[in-house]
Ligand binder design. Sequence first.
Ligand code: MN
Length: 137
Amino acid sequence: MNPPAILIIEDNEQNLYLMRFLLEQHGYRVLTAMDGREGIELALQAHPAVILLDIQLPSMDGYAVARELRTHAELRATPIVAVTSYAMPGDREKCLAAGATDYIEKPIDPDAFVGQIRAHLPDICATGDTREEGTHP
Ligand code: MN
């Protein structure tokens, strides 16, 4: 069975490298695109389990990318996590209004990042640490 694919749309190589590294370390398959147009095409081809979307992208910003992703029926339910370094009041709302499911701020926190993404994957897709803690003591 293929591990779930996560698509990262990000034009900054260092951020892309860090996010890819952290996700692959936890067993996820990572697809990357460095601009919005390429990201949309890849999303339509690959149907990733989650899309991580940088907001500051060249030519087509993340808001426009999110809006376009949502026009495709097959991507309407795909979680989109906006990743932005703008920490301005109202940014979160702007991302959500454009179609994002969630929002995380840069810089990426390496200790929290995978958990923040995993929250958007169905349980059956969780890989890496498969140990379940019992709910009964
Ligand atoms: Mn960027």
